[in-house]
Ligand binder design. Structure first.
Ligand SMILES: [Zn+2]
Length: 471
């Protein structure tokens, strides 16, 4: 039976939905790109707009929190329910760069509704995640004057660049972050209309590699043949990172990779998989086959095995090119890592592989330029059951228990700082949302279901009482 306060909040949410959508559109208009080279004032403007919105709906003690050298965080709370548990709600207000403007069907920072989806950078990742909780909290406060439990909001401003100052943030603000449960809304659902709880995230390590062969570019006719081509050398070095069975050819790397437990494998195997749909959602061209290690299912590859991507490659633009052997070139490699790989060690092994015995004795330099640890939890116990009930109430469907191939640097340090409080990762994205790519979009029907689930979740967790934690 639905409690009267929950019913009232849901009714309010339905009635005010157009207003919350307008709020999301307003937030998504701000190009809060946290990456270097984009105006940091926009990230600040986004923090202030988020703070303003939170204040307006009755969230208290709203502040823009500063960490030297970092984009601003937004904090707010409502702590008027003594004896009830406190939920920490996490999201981020920064976004990825928009990519190629000509590929967007509507401008990245002019949110536009088409076919039940809201298109725009940050509409799904993660402004809708933030707004889902702001709307759920606002609905309780407006409809009943209170929440069933206490909440704290932490809205980060540098998630998309690896949460580098998170350690410092925790050091500075830990006393005001105490919570029994952590709810992170920055992940994807299993499918459109099918909710998910994410219990494992891959980590990431980034390595920049540069090949320098010549003092300056030289004529490819006068010198081509005997003089090695640094660009081909770099291509060969990168190609050599994948072995014949799709495995990563980095000596020592797999020694760190943990085998998933029996229960986890059961969970993975219980999930339905449709290869045609998977390829279509990924945007793969017709006739292409899947890559990755032989002998592993797609979900195993995505969630439990490392993978490597070339995220940047710099040699020479085609426009302006000429018949020259280019003197040097560079690439940025990004490796997703899994339990129990350490970002440092994995990065160092990759560096070692790249710089050892380069062809023609050419100069190869490589260094680790960033890393985020993986995260995993055992998704059993009352908090996870409560979350499953809330998602079922919101979506009308059973929750899929999934891993995620992506990385969120926030989760592990935060869970540690809060003494191992249960972490519930329930987001608003669906496989078609194109997060980080052009034409990012939010499925509005799912977003509404997420907001309704949040309303149920606060009530469900309130009924569990404060979590028993080790401190
Ligand atoms: Zn995100």
């Amino acid at each position: 039976m639905i409690q009267p306060n929950v019913r009232a909040a849901l009714k309010h949410l339905d009635a005010r939905y157009p207003d919350y959508l307008a709020d999301l559109v307003a937030l998504s208009r701000i190009p809060s790109i946290s990456a270097a080279g984009f105006p940091p004032e926009e990230v600040r403007r986004s923090a202030e707009a988020t703070a303003e919105l939170m204040r307006r709906v009755g969230i208290e003690n709203v502040q823009v929190l500063e960490v030297p050298g970092a984009h601003p965080y937004v904090y707010g709370d409502w702590l008027k329910k003594p004896g009830a548990p406190t939920i920490l709600l996490y999201g981020h207000h920064d976004v990825q760069p928009a990519g190629r403007p000509e590929k967007w069907l509507s401008p990245a920072f002019e949110p536009t509704e088409r076919g039940g989806r809201l298109y725009g950078r940050g509409t799904a990742d993660d402004k809708a995640g933030v707004m889902a909780h702001v709307a759920a909290v606002a609905s309780y406060l407006a409809a009943t004057g209170e929440l069933p439990c206490n909440v704290r909001f932490v809205i980060e401003g540098e998630e998309e660049i690896g949460s580098e100052n998170l350690g410092q943030f925790l050091k500075l603000y830990r006393p005001q972050l105490d919570a029994d449960y952590i709810v992170l809304s920055d992940t994807a659902n299993f499918d459109t209309g099918v909710p998910a709880l994410t219990y494992q995230l891959r980590g990431i390590v980034q390595v920049d590699v540069e090949v320098q062969g010549l003092a300056a570019p030289v004529h490819s006719g006068m010198w081509g043949g005997p003089v090695p081509d640094p660009v081909q050398v770099l291509c060969r070095l990168i190609a050599d990172l994948t072995g014949p069975k799709g495995e990563l050819n980095v000596p020592g790397l797999y020694k760190q990779v943990a085998k998933p437990g029996k229960k986890q494998l059961q969970r993975i195997r219980a999930l339905p998989f449709d290869e045609t749909k998977f390829k279509r959602d990924a945007g793969m061209m017709k006739g292409m086959s899947l890559a990755g290690e032989k002998g592993y299912s797609v979900y195993e590859k995505l969630w439990t095995r490392p993978s490597l991507t070339v995220i940047a490659f710099e040699a020479r633009n085609i426009v302006g090119s000429s018949n020259q052997i280019i003197d040097s070139c560079r690439a940025r490699l990004s490796m997703r890592i899994v339990p129990n790989m350490s970002p440092r060690t994995a990065g160092q092994l990759l560096v070692k592989k790249l710089i050892t015995n380069p062809p023609h004795g050419i100069k190869v330099t490589a260094k680790v330029t960033g890393g985020t640890p993986w995260w995993t939890t055992d998704p059993e116990g009352p908090a996870f059951e409560a979350a499953r009930r809330a998602l079922k109430a919101g979506f009308g469907k059973e929750t899929a228990m999934i891993g995620a191939g992506g990385s969120i640097g926030f989760v592990q340090p935060f869970a540690d700082a809060l003494g191992g409080a249960p972490c519930l990762l329930m987001g608003v994205e669906d496989p078609k949302c194109n997060a980080h790519s052009e034409n990012e979009s939010l499925h509005l029907g799912d977003w509404k279901k997420c907001m309704r689930s949040a309303v149920h979740l606060y009530d469900e967790l309130a009924r569990l009482g404060p979590a028993k934690r080790r401190r």
